[in-house]
Design a protein around this ligand. Sequence first.
Ligand SMILES: NC(=O)c1ccc[n+]([C@@H]2O[C@H](COP(=O)([O-])OP(=O)(O)OC[C@H]3O[C@@H](n4cnc5c(N)ncnc54)[C@H](O)[C@@H]3O)[C@@H](O)[C@H]2O)c1
Ligand SMILES: [Zn+2]
Ligand SMILES: [Zn+2]
Length: 426
Amino acid sequence: MGTVPTTVHPESNTQEGKTMKALAWFGAKDVRIIDAPVPDITEPDDVILKVTGTTICGSDLHLYHGEILALQKGDILGHEFMGIVDKLGPNVTNLKKGDRVVASFQIACGECEYCKQKLSSFCDRTNPSTLMNAMYGHRDAGFFGYSHFTGGFAGGQAEYVRVPKGNVNLLPIPEGVPDEKALYLSDVLATAYHCVMDTGVKEGDTVGVWGLGPIGQLVAKFAFLKGAKRVIGIDQVAERLVFAHDKVGVEPLDFSTHKDVVKRLQEISPGGIDVALDCGTFHQPKSLLHKVEKTLMLETDVSEIANEMIMSVKKGGRVGVIAAYAGYTNHFNIGALMEKGMRFIGNGQAPVHKWWKEVLDDYILTGKLDPTFILTHRVPLEDFPKLYAAFDQRKAGVIKVFVETKFSSPPAPGCPKTTRVDEWAN
Ligand SMILES: NC(=O)c1ccc[n+]([C@@H]2O[C@H](COP(=O)([O-])OP(=O)(O)OC[C@H]3O[C@@H](n4cnc5c(N)ncnc54)[C@H](O)[C@@H]3O)[C@@H](O)[C@H]2O)c1
Ligand SMILES: [Zn+2]
Ligand SMILES: [Zn+2]
């Protein structure tokens, strides 16, 4: 479908004769560690980072399942990473070699009408994909390691990454904040905070959270920090339900036991919940009907969570969708949405630039939030292929993982020590 002109470009120069380890996509459930050329400064605003911490996100599972368009064999994945500035282009004036920084998962230009409002995920000038224009009417920003649908930029599940527009897409991290506390500003911390802020969780609210992966756990935590009275967490992974209860104070609702989630919510929160937040995943249909429709490509996405949220909120309630969706869904209860006068909010890909400093300054530095509570495992980069499978199967109570490279510092006190995925219990 062609491309549109942008201010940054995914094609990268490479450093002569130098190679690095990186995780690359080769097909559905086929990701491998490859030796790739080390990227070099290509445009004057570029920064080359030595990666000291990276991870896997629930969004990577959509790629792993082949649910996102426009992936190419050999694409380097990863959009949540941090590191040390190794090389800078001549236009990067606010950083120096050796600075420790976190990258935002989106590549923003810093200058367009969206970037001026810090709505970095909506940047108009960094994603050349006309396919996204055709499907959505507009384009998101370019993202690291997230297919050619979002620009085809190499990602951060690697030892080095090229960060275009390094002036704006890197946040310096103060000394004393270990990598384990900083890394997740790249995505899940900013994303969870955005979901809660954008949907407007208020003092005294009863909040339902669908999906208790890393996003759901952090959303629940931020909802309490914003004054929610009750948070009810819906999932079927026993360890995640227990984790949310024990670490965050969430009331667990196991949908494998309570098949009718709406009925159960009406029992435990008569009159309805104030806010419903979708932190689930669009590729796990529950009903046979959606399984069939999805397999036959009659829909790309599943409306089950959306409908449960619409049915469970009070009249005039609020629904936020931070979980990623790809395209179209059937059986969406638009009638109830209209009749109940609710706000149904697509939270968008989170604008990390809008929130990362606030989360760092007001929550992490003040100690109001220790984000390492979501951290369950630490593994070396070589284990990425096994980690994709284990994270997909939610093995061994995994919530969030810190993936180390040869440039990482030793684990911070109180954080998980390095293990191998093969050693994890089932
Ligand atoms: N908008 C953004 O900027 C942004 C950023 C990061 C992640 N995300 C999205 O947020 C979602 C959550 O991410 P994550 O890393 O926590 O993923 P995850 O895959 O680890 O967790 C998803 C959880 O949802 C649960 N789930 C599946 N079907 C469900 C259902 N019908 N009802 C309730 N729970 C259900 C799963 O059991 C799982 O525990 C993903 O869709 C991801 O793509 C969005
Ligand atoms: Zn992500
Ligand atoms: Zn922009």
